[in-house]
Design a protein around this ligand. Sequence first.
Ligand SMILES: Nc1ncnc2c1ncn2[C@@H]1O[C@H](COP(=O)(O)OP(=O)(O)OP(=O)(O)O)[C@@H](O)[C@H]1O
Ligand SMILES: [Mg+2]
Length: 528
Amino acid sequence: MPVETFTFLFTDIEGSTALVRRLGEGLYTQLLADHHSLIRSGLAAHDGSEVDTQGDAFFAVFSSPRACVAAVMEMQRALEDHAWPAGEHVRVRMGVHTGEASKTATGLVGLEVHRAARVAAAGYGGQVLLSETAAALVRDALPPGASLTDLGVHRLKDMGRPERIFQLQAAGLQAGFAPLRSLGNPALPNNLPAQLATFIGRARELTEVRALVASCRLVTLTGAGGCGKTRLSLQLAAELLDGSGDGVWLVELAAVSDESAVAAAISEALGIACQPGRPILDTLLDALAPQDMLIVLDNCEHLIGACAKTADAILRRCPRVHLVATSREPLGIGGEALYRVPPLSLPSAGNDLAAAESFDAVALFVDRARAQGAGLSFDEAAVPLVVSICRRLDGMPLAIELAAARLRSLSLSELSDRLDRRFRLLTGKLLDEPCALHGDVDHAGFVEAKDNPAEVRRGRVVQMDDSAFAAAQRFHRAPDKIAAVKTRYHGDLHLGQVIAVQNDFHIIDFEGEPGRPLAARRCGCPTL
Ligand SMILES: Nc1ncnc2c1ncn2[C@@H]1O[C@H](COP(=O)(O)OP(=O)(O)OP(=O)(O)O)[C@@H](O)[C@H]1O
Ligand SMILES: [Mg+2]
């Protein structure tokens, strides 16, 4: 699929919803027509091509970043000078980025397109922002009187690699703006963690969950381990962070082992001090009662009872607090809306391979393979293999990341052959050095573990399904002492989990045959 370098331009009108409300539909339509014609004449004058227009937002591309900068200057001046209906002042935010994208049947596809959109979204009406790449390309060739101001490094809402952002300055362009709408802005209170790798796709899921969050104060994202619940919730939280209210807060529960510690974990994440002699839950509810915020309770499955009780109390006492939980099991309380996180989108067998990268599963594989330095060229030979790998992994993000990580040592066709073996690899988060796992997969343990979580003991490696695993975690009240190995089985076996009880949290990637020692990889475990 041909990959080309473009300069992307994203624009949109600041506060358009308020404009519609103020003007009514008739006048707003007139205003929008004026806006479209000003943007389009700027594009036409500098060889820009309109790719997509939705409502008040334009996506256009240029073959040269210089032409793009000349166009945005012309557009901003024309927008500033225009006599708008009802004396309104229309302010348009603009973001410019240069990078690669593939031309596909469904439009321009590539992560750089998303990055460009995020650059634009960090700005304010009237402001023109450039990514570092675009800035480097135009810095020495700016039109007379124009300059770039370095606004520093920002964590954009794609929660990926931070980006240095520049603002275009020139006569006729507005200059003074509030700090950028990025995650480090103190006006956007949050504790969302930096992510090492890019967020991919999920446009439909984000829209659906946003709609649920708007109508329901507790939304639980459910689904199998590794299907992307946590990552989706973080992205959703970042997108909902708009400066109104008291922010978005992540409470990571994976490492909390005691049901009684859930309220304390929430208080700690929110910086609420406990009061001696008072139950922590009471202090928490008092502090949250007047707040307008979103709290993400991440990985609730091993503390379902406590999470349900705490969430229920928050919903009852704190009318403007919204909760998003991620959990393999529902919390099971009144008012809970469930959203089952689907696998990443996959090309169907008959799909045109040329559009393969527009599917999330393929885009994730390609991104992670490239991040490994695997030098994956997405050419005609590679595309069918990548599509087939992603299809065999059922579009599960964790499995896709792990498979892509294998490209450090395997070629694409070796990886594909490997997946064809009856007993297939895969799981764990990112892996580091290999090690031997001294133990056999104990299939007898599978039956016992189902009804008797106490049998899930330190050093034992048994195969379990999701419910047995959750029961074992509850029994031990120490999820961090149970290493979950999510494994895909094929043939007559199905998606399951192998667990080993250890002192630390281990994630193991194994391949082997039942009854034989496993070759394992691990991350972060001293001994196994
Ligand atoms: N849309 C996405 N874009 C990029 N990476 C993703 C995406 N979805 C999931 N991942 C990655 O896949 C891995 C598994 O995702 P995640 O941890 O969100 O799964 P989960 O459903 O929360 O799993 P668990 O049940 O174990 O908590 C993570 O490394 C995550 O960053
Ligand atoms: Mg999770």
